[in-house]
Design a protein around this ligand. Structure first.
Ligand code: DGJ
Length: 744
């Protein structure tokens, strides 16, 4: 049993293969958090709680004569508000009488077989085809409540025993007699009464997403958040708390990943007693939800894990749960298409002939799918116009989309198409017909970004319109794949369909609307594959991965910049989810020149494809591309399902980046290295490999070099040949791939 409740001690124990999570109900019904970490064998960890009288930390009325018992100092599983815990709180409410207090006490609990699901929100699947079965999961739902106002907080826990994952979500229900305004809605609150931690988070910007940053948690509140209506390029909804000496392969680390694509916030506070609290949930500065009697509102799911052996181990746990329980099972054993996308080849400037010429070259190389990007609809020849008018651009494609799609298919390629469903151009038929569908405050001009406005996705009529338009095109042109883009931050959160006192709900309802549309389209077209995108990787999160097996990682396709972006992304997300393409050199974003070989190596640690004008490549490039595609197919399962190891850490190595995939049975590995900086008289790159069979012998494919697993992992490897010609050569960022095969 992975969830046990002891009636006598009032102790909950949630166990996975290597971790344990404990909570306890105290004498007055406060749910205390006792422990999360490596297995402690069911030992009641309440011995770690020291109830000392600390000045200025008050006591609940029932404990008025026991001054060591304070909500301000004891670890809480989920806090109320305005009742004595002065650290960051899990919720904020206002009752109809103006009171902001919420005193949460235990009411009841339920242990269930299988995984709970969430209404209208993505969640980690208990059942996922042949990959995941409900028998391996248990759920616990603990109801806390404030009996005076009738507010219930239902804490949901999903325990994935074999995966070492615990999920949490929270459903708030108003079972009182009057409405309640919810001003802060969190999924998780967790206290670490002891220990010193570093926070690792992933900040960034357009074209430079998910840069890993590590900061010590000090006596302050760190908050990682997005108010942009999207999970954002700027702060990913994923953080790691780890010991100060944790590195890639050693030390303790906790991961918290929110399955949400909208406004989010994670706060981490070290309090005056050196205890650390993390609260993760919806970003709340513009949030206010009117919860009517009998209604509920749900805080999105958070995927938690604990690793005892470093950051690589933590990442691999996330890779498994995302591949096996988040992404739709049908993609697990399906080879996803190697694609050619026309964006960096033509931008808006294309004709049917040009696209078919690209398709011809793509076919010759062995590419599986052509994706027609932005510019095929309305009157769109630049980014000033037509979003929302999901009708073919007759001037550009006079024979129609179906004709083009058929032409691509006749050449033996699948056909994919770009949409940006949640946006509207002021210069569009749609805007002229429905100006109130664009989000804007009444009587104010909306904020512009990339010349476009944002559709009010909270409206059912908007969702219906998009569904009808998209369904017609998907059906008519027989679309296999959609690239679902989102090219601006949202501002002016205002829905003309909601009353004034519900405007604080718009940001969350917007996201629910997008999820509803995705869900509806996938139900209507079960074979449709959607790649998420948001001006590159502005919505790279586990929420989108529930619907989309892959997400365009970044608009920066420079392989050297990509290494950092993909490495940052890999802390939480598997390479099978990272859209990655070979583009032209010099690179369109950075101007950097790199070899086709290096570009191929980097793009192969992703879903792999090309994004350049294939009609302009040389014969030599063509031959190398053919080989790359063959190699990618040969290494496909090793890359997509293999165990992933970062062998270098950006913090201590800026000269080269090295990473490795190892098959589950350790019979083969793929070691990748790229030089990322130009050094004269360069030092010799050196790493120790990971995850091999220590007792085995490995052959480096294509050579007669043989090494023991022990030598490769303990002694390490050197890459002298790779840098011999570096500095001043045509290939200043050389890369190499080594395929190791176990031979004994
Ligand atoms: C942003 C995307 O990330 C690009 O790949 C491309 O699709 C453009 N939008 C098109 O407008």
């Amino acid at each position: 049993m992975s969830i046990v409740y002891n009636e006598e001690s009032k102790l909950f124990i949630l166990s996975t293969k290597h971790t344990e999570y404990q909570m306890k109900i105290d004498e007055i019904g406060i749910l205390q958090h006792l422990y999360y970490g490596a297995t402690v064998g069911g030992m009641d960890m309440s011995y770690q709680i020291c109830q000392l009288d600390r000045g200025f930390s008050g006591n609940p009325y029932e404990y008025r004569s026991e001054r060591g018992k304070s909500l301000d100092t004891l670890p809480q599983e989920f806090t109320g508000a305005n009742v004595g815990d002065l650290r960051i709180s899990s919720l904020s409410i206002k009752s109809a009488n103006g009171s902001r207090s919420c005193d949460l006490r235990y009411k009841c609990h339920e242990i269930r077989k299988g995984k709970y699901t969430l209404k209208d929100l993505p969640y980690v699947r208990g059942h996922n085809g042949d990959l995941a079965i409900e028998e391996d999961v248990q759920s616990l739902i603990i109801t806390l409540w404030d009996s005076l106002i009738g507010l219930e907080v239902k804490l949901h826990y999903g325990v994935f025993e074999k995966k070492d994952v615990i999920t949490r979500a929270m459903v708030m229900v108003n079972n009182g007699k009057d409405w309640i305004r919810v001003n802060k809605l969190s999924s998780v609150c967790i206290d670490f009464p002891h220990g010193r931690y570093d926070l690792i988070h992933f900040y960034g910007r357009h074209c430079m997403e998910r840069q890993m940053e590590r900061v010590p948690v000090k006596h302050d509140i760190i908050s990682i958040q997005s108010k942009r209506g999207m999970s954002s390029h700027h702060h990913n909804p994923f953080v790691i708390l780890c010991d100060a000496d944790t590195n890639q392969n050693q030390g303790c680390a906790y991961g918290f990943m929110m399955m949400y694509s909208g406004n989010h916030k994670t706060e981490v506070e070290k309090d005056y007693l050196d205890s650390t609290r993390l609260v993760m949930g919806l970003q709340n500065s513009n949030f206010a939800w009117r919860l009517e009697v009998g209604e509920s509102v749900t805080a999105p799911e958070v995927i938690m894990t604990y690793a005892k052996n470093g950051l690589n181990q933590l990442s691999r746990t996330y890779h498994h749960i995302i591949r096996e329980n988040v992404v739709d099972a049908k993609y697990y054993n399906l080879r996803r298409p190697v694609l050619i996308n026309n964006w960096e080849a033509t931008y808006f400037n294309f004709t049917e002939e040009k696209i078919l010429e690209i398709a011809d070259s793509a076919k010759e190389l062995g590419i599986d799918m052509l994706v027609l990007d932005d510019g095929w609809f309305g009157k769109r020849n630049d980014d000033n116009t037509s979003l929302g008018d999901w009708f073919v651009n007759q001037e550009k494609l006079p024979s129609g989309l179906k004709h083009l799609a058929d032409g691509v298919r006749e050449r033996g390629l699948k056909f994919g198409l770009w949409f940006e469903p949640e946006m509207i151009s002021e210069d569009s038929e749609l805007f002229r017909e429905h100006p109130d569908w664009a989000m804007a405050d009444p009587e104010r001009k909306p904020m512009y970004s990339r010349n476009q406005l944002v559709l009010d996705m909270s409206r059912k009529d908007v969702q219906d319109y998009l569904f009808d338009r998209m369904a017609e095109i998907i059906r008519d042109a027989n679309i296999y794949y959609i690239k679902w883009d989102f090219n601006r931050s949202v501002s002016n959160f205002y829905s003309k369909a909601l009353p004034s006192d519900r405007q604080g709900e718009v940001a969350h309802r917007f996201m629910l609307g997008t999820y509803a549309l995705l869900d509806r389209l996938l139900k209507e077209f079960p074979e449709l594959m959607i790649e998420g995108c948001a001006g590159g990787g502005g919505r790279f999160d586990a929420g989108m991965l529930f619907y989309c097996p892959q997400i365009w990682t970044s608009d920066d396709t420079d392989p050297v910049a990509r290494l950092q972006i993909q490495s940052g992304t890999s802390y939480g997300y598997p390479v099978s989810t990272m859209g990655s393409h070979v583009s032209a050199s010099p690179n369109h974003q950075t101007g950097r020149r790199t070899s086709l070989n290096t570009r191929g190596i980097v793009a192969m640690s992703g879903t792999f494809g090309y994004e350049l004008d294939l009609t302009k490549i040389t014969k030599k490039e063509k031959e190398l591309m053919k080989k790359q595609i063959k190699d990618f197919r040969r290494f496909y399962w090793l890359i997509q399902h293999g165990e992933y190891y970062r062998l270098t850490d950006d913090r201590d190595e800026s000269y080269f980046t090295c990473w490795e995939f190892v098959s589950a049975d350790k019979s083969e590995a793929l070691v990748n290295i790229v030089i990322t900086d130009v050094h004269a008289n360069p030092e010799i790159p050196f790493v120790r490999l990971q995850g091999l069979d220590a007792d085995g012998w490995y052959l480096v494919e294509g050579t007669d070099k043989k090494y023991t697993g022990q030598a490769l992992m303990n002694g390490g490897v050197v890459f002298g040949e790779l840098v011999a010609n570096c500095g001043g050569s045509d290939d200043n960022y050389p890369g190499a791939q080594y395929h190791l095969i176990r031979i004994g």
